[in-house]
Write a new protein. Sequence first.
Length: 93
Amino acid sequence: MQITLAVSGIAAAIIGSKELVLSLPDGATYNQIIRQLGGTYPALKGVVINPEGNALLNANVLIVNDYVILERMLDDSPRDGDRLMLMAFIVGG
């Protein structure tokens, strides 16, 4: 299956692109996508992805086709052709 991943901010700066096309095995989960990103782009660890490379840090979310992927949904799978976005929320006051 093939999905498009849009990235912004520090993730885009680390990756060197605002968009990636990922080829994944059928049934790949959102968790597996996060682990693949951490393996392919280790500089994301500790910044966007936790140091272990298996989860997003708190201020970061995956969005698929305009829907936020909640933590309980990370074992679900995207569909071929889905568009994902890796987004960081900036908070403070």
